[in-house]
Design a protein around this ligand. Structure first.
Ligand SMILES: NC(=O)c1ccc[n+]([C@@H]2O[C@H](COP(=O)([O-])OP(=O)(O)OC[C@H]3O[C@@H](n4cnc5c(N)ncnc54)[C@H](O)[C@@H]3O)[C@@H](O)[C@H]2O)c1
Ligand SMILES: [Zn+2]
Length: 359
């Protein structure tokens, strides 16, 4: 097993990565001294696959365990379903020293974290991420939340888990498209911070796609280390944490414009990373050979690298301008300077952006 410590003073916690370790969660959870009543929040898809193992492990460790399920899908990541979780926690008499376990992908993790953060002004919570995206991204860093009809993730808190327990073996049942979304985020970490990680993604593609446990635990660990490092330096995204948004400014606009149906998040981010790389070249900030390499790795994984025909440049630019991360109308772009190094760039020349988007 690999372990990373997310350093946030007394709120520090471990990310533990391994293969076939779900049955060890009970013993580890017991070591914290939580109250006996514990909740496992999941969705039917994940609970059918892994619920029993987790419940059994927690029960064997002396917990009095119950489960609460939310329907599977981003459309259920809302206030109503988080309220449903809170109601179940109350009905089952969780107290201020109780713990909630999130078993699932980012949707379950975000909603459970949100519920845990407001239940009795905050109780303990553990992330057991079961998608690659949640293992390398959403379970780390403490952003929780739900969607509102007015915008994605608009209601939420910063609230850190006590533990992240990531089992690579669970990825075996994950649909390929979902796996690739996690790969897109790992490509992101390589480009923003770690040329060696990027090389590994390039060289070990087959081993990665066949979920080789050694290679997977290495790249997941590296991705989590990078996220942990950035989050420790800037938990509330007032500065450097913005580098994690590489590919996301354009990616979010693509998701919005295509009604969240044509692309999964990681796919839209893949397009965003390729376009941001080309924008960087067009602005004279990076050699075109580096952008070519980013695009070729994205394509090699079968991720999309170009805008769909139906999106025009002007439309995308207007969407980018209203993105919540554009503070006071100023668009912030994360532009690579090299593989492994990015700059936070404000004040993009719209003519250059338009040209890149319409190429
Ligand atoms: N908090 C953060 O910092 C942060 C960061 C990135 C993304 N997010 C959020 O994460 C969410 C996306 O997360 P996601 O990509 O994990 O999606 P998801 O949670 O919807 O999971 C994707 C699909 O895979 C299924 N699934 C999960 N684990 C499985 C397994 N082991 N085997 C088979 N099927 C499995 C799920 O039931 C679901 O149908 C979004 O809501 C996004 O806003 C949050
Ligand atoms: Zn993302």
């Amino acid at each position: 097993m690999e372990k990373i410590i997310v350093g946030l003073g007394e709120r520090s916690y471990d990310i533990v990565i391994g293969s076939g370790m779900l049955s060890g969660i009970g013993e580890r959870a017991a070591s914290f001294g939580f109250s006996p009543a514990i909740a496992v929040v999941s969705n039917p898809t994940v609970f059918d696959l892994y619920g029993n193992k987790v419940i059994e492990s927690l029960s064997n460790a002396g917990f009095n365990c119950f489960s609460t399920l939310v329907p599977d899908g981003e459309e259920y990541k809302d206030y109503f379903w988080s309220y449903h979780i809170l109601t179940d926690l109350l009905k089952n008499r969780l107290d201020r020293n109780s713990c909630v376990v999130a078993l699932g992908g980012g949707v379950v993790g975000d909603m459970t974290g949100f519920a845990a953060s407001v239940y009795m002004r905050g109780i303990h919570f553990i992330q057991v991420p079961t998608t690659l995206l949640s293992q390398v991204d959403s379970s780390v860093g403490g952003k929780t939340g739900v969607n509102h009809p007015a915008g994605k993730n608009m209601i939420g808190t910063f609230y850190q888990p006590r533990l992240v327990w990531a089992d690579i073996a669970a990825l075996g049942t994950l649909p390929r498209k979902e796996l690739l979304c996690g790969i897109a985020e790992i490509i992101k970490y390589g480009v923003i911070r770690d040329a060696r990680l990027f090389d590994l993604l390039d060289e070990k593609r087959e081993a990665i796609l066949s979920l080789d446990p050694d290679v997977m635990s290495h790249i997941i660990k590296r991705a989590c280390e990078i996220k942990a490092e950035v989050v420790s330096a800037d938990e509330r995204e007032s500065g450097i944490r913005a580098v994690l948004n590489y590919g996301h400014t354009i990616g979010h606009a693509v998701e919005t414009e295509t009604g969240y149906s044509k692309y999964l998040h990681g796919e839209a981010v893949a397009i965003g990373m390729c376009l941001a790389a080309r924008l960087s070249v067009a602005m004279g900030m990076m050699k075109s050979a580096h952008a070519d390499r980013i695009i070729s790795v994205v394509k090699a994984y079968g991720l999309p690298s170009e805008l769909p025909k139906e999106i025009n440049g002007d439309k995308l630019i207007s969407l980018i301008s209203i993105d919540k991360k554009a503070i006071a109308g100023e668009i912030k772009f994360i532009l690579p300077k090299n593989i492994g190094d990015v700059a936070i760039h404000k004040g993009i020349d719209m003519k250059i952006l338009k040209k890149v988007l319409e190429q």
